[in-house]
Design a protein around this ligand. Structure first.
Ligand SMILES: [Zn+2]
Length: 314
Protein backbone atom coordinates (compact mmCIF):
# COMPACT_ATOMS: atom_id res chain seq x y z
CA UNK A 1 0.00 0.00 0.00
CA UNK A 2 1.02 3.58 -0.57
CA UNK A 3 0.09 5.94 2.25
CA UNK A 4 0.11 9.72 2.19
CA UNK A 5 0.89 10.88 5.70
CA UNK A 6 -0.02 14.47 6.37
CA UNK A 7 1.54 15.80 9.58
CA UNK A 8 -0.92 18.52 10.55
CA UNK A 9 0.15 22.21 10.59
CA UNK A 10 3.89 22.81 11.33
CA UNK A 11 4.05 25.18 8.39
CA UNK A 12 3.69 28.82 9.49
CA UNK A 13 1.35 30.60 9.20
CA UNK A 14 -0.39 27.21 9.38
CA UNK A 15 0.25 26.42 13.04
CA UNK A 16 -1.60 24.11 15.37
CA UNK A 17 -3.65 24.61 18.49
CA UNK A 18 -2.20 25.28 21.93
CA UNK A 19 -3.37 23.68 25.13
CA UNK A 20 -1.50 21.88 27.89
CA UNK A 21 0.72 20.72 25.06
CA UNK A 22 1.27 22.05 21.55
CA UNK A 23 -0.49 20.41 18.63
CA UNK A 24 2.48 21.06 16.31
CA UNK A 25 4.83 19.05 18.54
CA UNK A 26 2.42 16.15 18.91
CA UNK A 27 1.58 15.84 15.22
CA UNK A 28 5.29 15.73 14.29
CA UNK A 29 6.14 13.24 17.00
CA UNK A 30 3.27 10.87 16.23
CA UNK A 31 3.55 11.45 12.46
CA UNK A 32 7.27 10.59 12.35
CA UNK A 33 6.58 7.38 14.23
CA UNK A 34 3.66 6.44 11.98
CA UNK A 35 5.84 7.00 8.91
CA UNK A 36 8.71 4.88 10.27
CA UNK A 37 6.37 2.08 11.31
CA UNK A 38 4.51 1.95 7.99
CA UNK A 39 7.80 1.77 6.12
CA UNK A 40 9.02 -0.99 8.43
CA UNK A 41 5.88 -2.96 7.55
CA UNK A 42 6.84 -2.68 3.88
CA UNK A 43 4.49 0.12 2.84
CA UNK A 44 5.36 3.14 0.77
CA UNK A 45 4.89 6.51 2.41
CA UNK A 46 4.59 9.95 0.86
CA UNK A 47 5.00 12.82 3.30
CA UNK A 48 2.47 15.49 2.39
CA UNK A 49 3.39 18.36 4.73
CA UNK A 50 4.95 21.23 2.74
CA UNK A 51 8.12 22.93 3.92
CA UNK A 52 6.71 26.42 3.51
CA UNK A 53 3.46 28.16 2.70
CA UNK A 54 2.30 31.75 2.23
CA UNK A 55 -1.09 31.25 3.91
CA UNK A 56 -3.00 28.54 5.73
CA UNK A 57 -4.95 27.95 2.53
CA UNK A 58 -1.73 27.58 0.59
CA UNK A 59 -0.46 25.05 3.14
CA UNK A 60 -3.62 22.95 2.77
CA UNK A 61 -3.58 23.21 -1.03
CA UNK A 62 0.02 22.00 -1.17
CA UNK A 63 -0.76 18.99 1.02
CA UNK A 64 -3.56 17.91 -1.32
CA UNK A 65 -1.52 18.62 -4.47
CA UNK A 66 1.32 16.44 -3.16
CA UNK A 67 -1.08 13.61 -2.38
CA UNK A 68 -2.94 13.89 -5.68
CA UNK A 69 0.31 13.84 -7.68
CA UNK A 70 1.68 10.77 -5.87
CA UNK A 71 -0.69 7.96 -6.73
CA UNK A 72 -1.53 7.33 -3.09
CA UNK A 73 -3.99 4.68 -1.88
CA UNK A 74 -4.88 6.18 1.48
CA UNK A 75 -4.35 9.72 2.77
CA UNK A 76 -4.05 10.16 6.55
CA UNK A 77 -3.99 13.62 8.11
CA UNK A 78 -2.82 13.66 11.73
CA UNK A 79 -4.16 16.29 14.14
CA UNK A 80 -4.94 16.89 17.78
CA UNK A 81 -7.98 18.70 19.10
CA UNK A 82 -8.47 21.63 21.46
CA UNK A 83 -11.74 23.05 22.72
CA UNK A 84 -12.76 24.04 26.24
CA UNK A 85 -10.48 21.92 28.47
CA UNK A 86 -13.50 19.70 29.29
CA UNK A 87 -14.02 18.01 25.93
CA UNK A 88 -11.90 14.90 25.52
CA UNK A 89 -11.50 11.81 23.41
CA UNK A 90 -10.83 10.74 19.86
CA UNK A 91 -12.66 11.39 16.61
CA UNK A 92 -11.77 10.41 13.06
CA UNK A 93 -13.20 12.13 9.99
CA UNK A 94 -13.96 10.63 6.59
CA UNK A 95 -16.18 11.42 3.63
CA UNK A 96 -16.58 8.15 1.75
CA UNK A 97 -17.61 4.58 2.61
CA UNK A 98 -14.04 3.37 2.15
CA UNK A 99 -12.81 6.24 4.30
CA UNK A 100 -15.33 5.56 7.05
CA UNK A 101 -14.24 1.92 7.19
CA UNK A 102 -10.58 2.89 7.71
CA UNK A 103 -11.59 5.68 10.09
CA UNK A 104 -13.55 3.21 12.24
CA UNK A 105 -10.63 0.81 12.35
CA UNK A 106 -8.18 3.57 13.42
CA UNK A 107 -10.66 4.97 15.94
CA UNK A 108 -11.20 1.54 17.53
CA UNK A 109 -7.47 1.11 18.07
CA UNK A 110 -6.98 4.57 19.60
CA UNK A 111 -9.90 4.26 22.03
CA UNK A 112 -8.36 1.01 23.29
CA UNK A 113 -5.74 3.31 24.87
CA UNK A 114 -8.46 4.70 27.13
CA UNK A 115 -9.64 7.74 25.19
CA UNK A 116 -13.36 8.52 24.99
CA UNK A 117 -14.90 7.36 21.70
CA UNK A 118 -16.36 10.43 19.97
CA UNK A 119 -17.06 8.42 16.85
CA UNK A 120 -16.39 8.52 13.13
CA UNK A 121 -17.52 11.92 11.87
CA UNK A 122 -18.44 13.35 8.51
CA UNK A 123 -15.33 15.05 7.16
CA UNK A 124 -16.79 16.38 3.90
CA UNK A 125 -16.28 19.96 5.16
CA UNK A 126 -12.56 19.44 5.82
CA UNK A 127 -10.29 20.85 3.13
CA UNK A 128 -7.79 17.98 2.97
CA UNK A 129 -10.52 15.34 3.02
CA UNK A 130 -12.58 17.11 0.36
CA UNK A 131 -9.70 17.97 -1.97
CA UNK A 132 -7.77 14.71 -2.05
CA UNK A 133 -8.65 12.28 -4.83
CA UNK A 134 -8.04 9.08 -2.87
CA UNK A 135 -9.58 7.58 0.26
CA UNK A 136 -8.84 10.08 3.02
CA UNK A 137 -9.19 10.27 6.78
CA UNK A 138 -8.33 12.95 9.32
CA UNK A 139 -7.45 11.74 12.80
CA UNK A 140 -8.02 13.97 15.83
CA UNK A 141 -5.96 11.86 18.22
CA UNK A 142 -7.19 13.46 21.43
CA UNK A 143 -7.52 16.89 23.10
CA UNK A 144 -4.31 18.75 23.93
CA UNK A 145 -6.19 21.02 26.37
CA UNK A 146 -7.74 18.13 28.33
CA UNK A 147 -5.99 17.02 31.53
CA UNK A 148 -7.49 13.58 31.13
CA UNK A 149 -6.28 13.12 27.56
CA UNK A 150 -2.82 14.53 28.19
CA UNK A 151 -2.39 12.14 31.12
CA UNK A 152 -3.27 9.24 28.79
CA UNK A 153 -1.31 10.48 25.79
CA UNK A 154 1.83 8.64 24.74
CA UNK A 155 3.22 9.25 21.24
CA UNK A 156 4.47 5.69 20.72
CA UNK A 157 1.14 4.15 21.75
CA UNK A 158 -0.78 6.65 19.62
CA UNK A 159 1.38 5.89 16.56
CA UNK A 160 1.05 2.13 17.11
CA UNK A 161 -2.74 2.47 17.31
CA UNK A 162 -2.91 4.48 14.07
CA UNK A 163 -0.70 1.99 12.22
CA UNK A 164 -2.59 -1.01 13.60
CA UNK A 165 -5.85 0.64 12.56
CA UNK A 166 -4.54 1.29 9.05
CA UNK A 167 -2.80 -2.01 8.39
CA UNK A 168 -4.24 -4.50 10.87
CA UNK A 169 -0.70 -5.20 12.03
CA UNK A 170 0.99 -4.13 15.21
CA UNK A 171 4.33 -2.69 14.21
CA UNK A 172 7.59 -3.40 15.97
CA UNK A 173 9.13 -0.65 17.99
CA UNK A 174 11.10 1.36 15.50
CA UNK A 175 13.63 3.73 17.01
CA UNK A 176 12.74 7.29 15.98
CA UNK A 177 14.12 10.55 17.26
CA UNK A 178 11.51 11.76 19.72
CA UNK A 179 10.52 15.40 19.42
CA UNK A 180 11.93 16.66 22.69
CA UNK A 181 9.88 19.07 24.67
CA UNK A 182 12.77 21.21 25.84
CA UNK A 183 10.51 22.91 28.33
CA UNK A 184 10.62 19.71 30.36
CA UNK A 185 14.29 18.91 29.85
CA UNK A 186 15.58 17.74 33.27
CA UNK A 187 19.31 18.05 32.43
CA UNK A 188 20.65 20.90 34.60
CA UNK A 189 24.36 20.15 34.38
CA UNK A 190 26.79 23.04 33.93
CA UNK A 191 27.92 21.49 30.67
CA UNK A 192 24.41 21.55 29.21
CA UNK A 193 24.16 25.15 30.41
CA UNK A 194 27.39 26.10 28.62
CA UNK A 195 26.23 24.37 25.46
CA UNK A 196 22.84 26.08 25.66
CA UNK A 197 24.33 29.54 26.20
CA UNK A 198 26.71 29.02 23.28
CA UNK A 199 23.78 27.93 21.14
CA UNK A 200 21.90 31.05 22.22
CA UNK A 201 25.03 33.10 21.40
CA UNK A 202 25.26 34.47 24.94
CA UNK A 203 28.96 35.23 25.45
CA UNK A 204 31.08 35.80 28.56
CA UNK A 205 32.27 39.17 29.89
CA UNK A 206 34.94 39.30 27.16
CA UNK A 207 32.43 38.62 24.38
CA UNK A 208 33.74 35.07 23.90
CA UNK A 209 31.83 31.78 23.68
CA UNK A 210 32.06 29.55 26.77
CA UNK A 211 34.34 26.54 27.08
CA UNK A 212 32.01 23.55 27.36
CA UNK A 213 34.01 22.03 30.21
CA UNK A 214 31.35 21.66 32.89
CA UNK A 215 33.22 24.00 35.24
CA UNK A 216 31.22 26.77 36.86
CA UNK A 217 33.90 29.46 36.68
CA UNK A 218 33.69 33.27 36.47
CA UNK A 219 33.27 33.29 32.67
CA UNK A 220 30.29 30.98 32.82
CA UNK A 221 28.80 33.00 35.65
CA UNK A 222 29.21 36.22 33.68
CA UNK A 223 27.37 34.69 30.72
CA UNK A 224 24.58 33.49 33.02
CA UNK A 225 24.24 36.99 34.42
CA UNK A 226 24.08 38.47 30.93
CA UNK A 227 21.35 36.00 30.01
CA UNK A 228 19.42 36.76 33.20
CA UNK A 229 19.56 40.46 32.40
CA UNK A 230 18.26 39.90 28.86
CA UNK A 231 15.27 37.81 29.92
CA UNK A 232 14.65 39.98 32.99
CA UNK A 233 15.00 37.51 35.83
CA UNK A 234 16.97 37.95 39.05
CA UNK A 235 20.71 38.30 38.26
CA UNK A 236 22.22 35.69 40.53
CA UNK A 237 24.97 34.47 38.20
CA UNK A 238 23.86 30.96 39.11
CA UNK A 239 21.94 28.53 36.96
CA UNK A 240 18.86 28.48 39.18
CA UNK A 241 15.40 27.19 38.32
CA UNK A 242 14.29 30.51 36.78
CA UNK A 243 17.32 30.49 34.51
CA UNK A 244 16.70 26.94 33.35
CA UNK A 245 13.03 27.68 32.80
CA UNK A 246 13.95 30.63 30.58
CA UNK A 247 16.59 28.69 28.63
CA UNK A 248 14.27 25.74 28.07
CA UNK A 249 11.45 28.03 26.99
CA UNK A 250 13.64 29.52 24.27
CA UNK A 251 15.08 26.17 23.17
CA UNK A 252 11.53 24.84 22.81
CA UNK A 253 11.32 27.13 19.74
CA UNK A 254 7.62 27.90 20.01
CA UNK A 255 6.20 29.79 17.06
CA UNK A 256 6.09 33.51 17.78
CA UNK A 257 3.93 35.94 15.89
CA UNK A 258 3.06 39.62 16.03
CA UNK A 259 1.04 40.67 19.08
CA UNK A 260 1.69 37.33 20.67
CA UNK A 261 2.67 37.95 24.30
CA UNK A 262 5.85 35.90 24.24
CA UNK A 263 7.69 37.15 27.34
CA UNK A 264 11.05 35.43 27.73
CA UNK A 265 11.32 34.17 24.14
CA UNK A 266 10.40 37.59 22.73
CA UNK A 267 12.93 39.33 25.01
CA UNK A 268 15.60 36.96 23.77
CA UNK A 269 14.55 37.53 20.18
CA UNK A 270 14.70 41.29 20.63
CA UNK A 271 18.18 41.00 22.09
CA UNK A 272 19.34 38.98 19.09
CA UNK A 273 17.79 41.42 16.65
CA UNK A 274 19.12 44.49 18.45
CA UNK A 275 15.75 46.14 19.12
CA UNK A 276 14.50 47.49 22.45
CA UNK A 277 14.00 44.59 24.84
CA UNK A 278 10.53 44.84 26.36
CA UNK A 279 9.14 41.35 25.77
CA UNK A 280 6.31 42.61 23.56
CA UNK A 281 6.23 41.67 19.91
CA UNK A 282 5.08 45.02 18.50
CA UNK A 283 5.62 46.76 15.14
CA UNK A 284 9.30 47.62 15.76
CA UNK A 285 10.15 44.01 16.50
CA UNK A 286 8.13 42.90 13.51
CA UNK A 287 10.17 45.17 11.23
CA UNK A 288 13.40 43.79 12.69
CA UNK A 289 12.23 40.18 12.30
CA UNK A 290 11.27 40.75 8.66
CA UNK A 291 14.62 42.38 7.98
CA UNK A 292 16.43 39.46 9.59
CA UNK A 293 14.41 37.00 7.55
CA UNK A 294 15.09 38.90 4.35
CA UNK A 295 18.83 39.05 5.05
CA UNK A 296 18.86 35.30 5.62
CA UNK A 297 16.92 34.39 2.51
CA UNK A 298 13.77 33.41 4.39
CA UNK A 299 10.16 34.34 3.73
CA UNK A 300 9.80 37.74 5.40
CA UNK A 301 6.48 37.04 7.12
CA UNK A 302 7.41 38.27 10.60
CA UNK A 303 6.56 34.88 12.09
CA UNK A 304 9.25 33.08 14.05
CA UNK A 305 8.60 29.52 12.93
CA UNK A 306 10.88 26.47 12.78
CA UNK A 307 13.03 27.79 9.93
CA UNK A 308 13.68 31.20 11.49
CA UNK A 309 14.38 29.57 14.86
CA UNK A 310 16.81 27.25 13.09
CA UNK A 311 18.70 30.27 11.71
CA UNK A 312 18.73 31.95 15.12
CA UNK A 313 19.72 29.11 17.42
CA UNK A 314 20.23 26.02 15.25
ZN1 LIG B 1 -5.09 20.56 13.70
Amino acid sequence: MKYGIDIGHNCPPDTGARGIKFEDNLTVDVGNRVIAKLKALGHQVVECKPTSASTVGDSLRKRCAKANASNIDVFVSIHFNAFNRQANGTEVFAASDAGRKIAKSVLNEIVKLGFFNRGVKNGSHLYVVRNTDMTAILVEGCFIDSQKDMALYNPEAMANAIVKGLTGKLPDNIPVDPVEDEEQNPDVTIQRLQKALNRLKITDQDGKPLAEDGANGPKTRSAIEKFQRIVDIQQTGNADQNTWNAINQILAKRIIRVNHAGGVAVRYLQYRLGVGVDGIYGPQTETAVKKYQQQNGLTADGIIGPITWQKLIG
